[in-house]
Each structure stands twice: as C-alpha cells, then as structure tokens.
Write a protein that binds this ligand. Structure first.
Ligand SMILES: NC(=O)c1ccc[n+]([C@@H]2O[C@H](COP(=O)([O-])OP(=O)(O)OC[C@H]3O[C@@H](n4cnc5c(N)ncnc54)[C@H](O)[C@@H]3O)[C@@H](O)[C@H]2O)c1
Length: 359
C-alpha cells in the first residue's frame, strides 16, 4: 500500500523541489502525467519561482521545503536540487511519508543510500532515482536484444560522454556524468563490476576534476570503460557494446539511427597448412538499425513513478540500482584521488558479490 494516499485511483499529488536547469523538465512532464497532479513547486531562488508562476499559474510556489512536507495533499515529491543536498532532502521527504523521485545520483555515499533505502522500505514509500536514460527507447531496445541473447556473451562496454560544460560547483565530472553510463551499464548487463580504477585531471578549477577515464573489471573477462569530460569541443554520447555474436553502437546524438546492430565478430581458426600460425577469421555481416520508441524518457519515467505508487511496485531505477551506481562512483572517485589505484568492490552494497562471497 502506498504510504500517504488514503485511497487508490485518486490523482497522486506532486510537489517539485529545485526548478533550476533540470527541474523544469520534471515540472513539465509531471504536469502532463496521467494520474498525477502537480500541486506545488519549491525553489530558493525567486526568479525560478517566477518561472513557475508564469508557466503554471495554478501551481502553488514556495521557497520553504517544509511547506511541501506539511501539505497533506502532496503524496510525492520530485527533487532536482544539487547533488550535495539530495541526502538531506530525500530523508526529510521519506520521513514525512512522501514518495520520492530524486535526480541522480541518489546521494554521495553508499552509507547514505542504504539509509535512504531502509527508510523508504520502513515507511512504505516509493523511492525512484531519475536515471533518465533507462527509460529511453534506445536503452529499452538494447535491453530487449541483450536479454534475448542476441549479442551472445558480452566482452566489453565502452562509453564516451563528453561536452563543453556545464561545470557543477559541488561535484566533479565523475559524479555528474558517469551515473548515466554506470546506471545504463548495470541495467543492461544485470551485474556490477568487481574492480574499478580511474584517473582524471582538473584544468579549470583545481578542486574539481573535469575529465576522467574510468575502467571497470567484471568476472569472466568482461571489461567496461567510460570517458567523461566537461571540456570537450563537441558533444559525444556514444556507447559500444561488444558481444560474441553481435555488437551494438548506441549514439544518442544520432537522431535517425540511435542504435545500430552489427553482425560482426572474430574467431580463431587454426590453418592446417601453417601449423604454427593461428589465423583470426573476421565476420563483417549486415548492420541494421531497429525502430526506436521516441517517447520522451522523462515522460516514461514519470508514468512509471505514478504506476509504482499505485501498484506498490519496485521502480526500474530504484534504490538498489541507485546504490550500486553510487558505490561504483565512490570507488572510482577514491581511485582518482589516489592517482589510479585499483579499488575492489567487495562491500555488501553489491548484492550479487555479497551473495557470491557468502557462498
Ligand atoms: N537526468 C539528467 O539528465 C540530468 C541533467 C542535469 C542535471 N541532473 C541532476 O539534476 C539535479 C539538479 O541539477 P541542475 O543542473 O538542475 O542544478 P541547478 O543548480 O541548475 O538547479 C538546482 C535548483 O535547486 C534549487 N535549490 C537548491 N537547494 C534547494 C533547497 N534546499 N530548497 C529548494 N530549492 C533548492 C536552486 O535554487 C536551483 O534553482 C542534480 O542532481 C543533477 O545531477 C540530471
């Protein structure tokens, strides 16, 4: 049963906190989500509240988060404030019995995430983390193909997410951009890495790394690599997933063919004529680009949030996945600060590894 809704099938009353850069996307989508009613918006900046007043005159505005918490008509709160504020705001919202949709990443440490997860369970509240890309047609299509075994055994996951800015003031480029790729990677592979190492550098603000290379090692020779950068002249959002049967190129900047499936691969063959020479046979077959659902990811995510509140279901991007994301980022950040140390993810935040270690 949902926590504060008294009966099913009434609109879920929603409040949004944080209406800066990302918040307006949540405001727009939640205002249009069937089964939801946007009731109030909160921001510390008067100019942001003016923006809400202009576009949504029926929506209450306030600079005081406590007002949202005390409003009995508000069943759920969407939070799009800077990362350093997530833990405190999510905690207060859950304690007040509100369902929560919070921008990525959930919090700044695994310990904080676990506390929030436990609180959500205890108070019977949905906690959905806005790992937006999981709700895109492209990622949903790739997941469908991978779950059906179309790519075969997965060999590597290689992702580039670079552009010029936006520099965040309270966090580095790993905390800002890598949650996207790590969430997509965990979601698609259905597992988490065992080891992580990262290197990076600060070129603009000495305290904040603006470029990083993150390498992750899984069991069974599966490797993943991320390149995240706020100081690149062009926007690149490209992921390559190599499998034993097929390979995928996911280019989020390609408007017409975001996902391409290549029937390419290689295998060893021993040439009987040259007994000491091992030959590599390459296969370069067809490429096709499947049809991708173009529904806006946030619209899909907001619909899912409301459905989870109504059905009491676990969100696709719930606290478990979000905690795994934060655990990997925490380890990558630790490695980066140590100049590229190998960090082992043996902590219990990774249920799969914890279970393997226990057996
Ligand atoms: N999913 C995505 O693609 C995506 C993209 C960009 C940002 N984000 C996430 O969105 C979040 C916000 O990022 P942003 O770029 O919009 O930041 P921002 O600084 O542009 O906006 C944050 C807003 O929150 C307000 N705020 C801060 N503390 C508050 C408080 N206690 N009460 C009320 N209002 C408060 C600020 O006044 C500001 O208007 C971050 O977690 C970021 O990671 C997600």
């Amino acid at each position: 049963m949902p926590c504060v809704m008294e009966e099913m099938f009434v609109d879920v009353g929603i409040g949004v906190v944080g209406c800066g850069y990302w918040g307006p996307n949540l405001v727009r989508n939640l205002a249009q989500t069937r089964g939801a009613k946007l009731l109030a918006c909160c921001d510390l900046e008067t100019s942001r509240l003016d923006w809400v007043r202009q576009g949504y005159p029926a929506v209450k505005v306030t600079a005081d988060f406590q007002e949202l918490l005390g409003d009995k008509q508000i069943d759920a709160i969407a939070i799009a404030t800077p990362i350093s504020t997530h833990y405190a705001l999510v905690k207060q919202a859950l304690k007040a019995g509100k369902h929560v949709l919070v921008a990525k990443p959930l919090a700044q440490s695994v310990a904080e995430c676990q506390e929030l997860q436990a609180l959500a369970v205890r108070n019977n509240c949905v906690l959905l983390v806005d790992h937006t890309f999981l709700y895109t047609g492209a990622v949903r299509k790739i997941k469908e193909l991978m779950d059906a075994g179309d790519l075969g055994d997965i060999y590597y996951y290689d992702s580039v997410r670079i552009n010029l800015g936006l520099f965040q003031h309270d966090t580095n480029v790993i905390w800002d951009l890598a949650p996207h790729d790590i969430a997509i990677m965990i979601h698609l592979l259905g597992m988490v890495p065992e080891r992580v190492l990262a290197v990076g550098a600060s070129h603009v603000n000495e305290q904040v790394e603006n470029i990083a290379y993150v390498t992750m090692m899984f069991r069974e020779r599966l490797l993943a690599h991320l390149h995240v950068n706020w100081l690149a002249p062009a926007k690149v959002r490209r992921t390559i997933i190599g499998g034993s049967k097929r390979m995928v190129v996911y280019d989020d900047m390609d408007m017409s063919e975001k996902v391409k499936i290549y029937d390419s691969g290689a295998k060893l063959s021993n040439d009987p004529a040259h007994i000491y020479r091992t030959m590599v046979e390459y296969r370069t077959g067809d490429m096709y680009a499947p049809k991708i659902d173009k529904t806006e990811a946030l619209a899909e995510e907001c619909r899912h949030f409301v459905a989870c509140i109504r059905d009491g279901a676990d969100p696709i991007s719930g606290a478990v996945l979000a905690t795994q994301v934060v655990g990997i980022i925490e380890a990558a950040d630790r490695s980066l600060k140590m100049g590229g140390s190998m960090e082992h993810l043996h902590r219990p935040f990774v249920p799969e590894i914890a279970a393997a270690a226990a057996s």
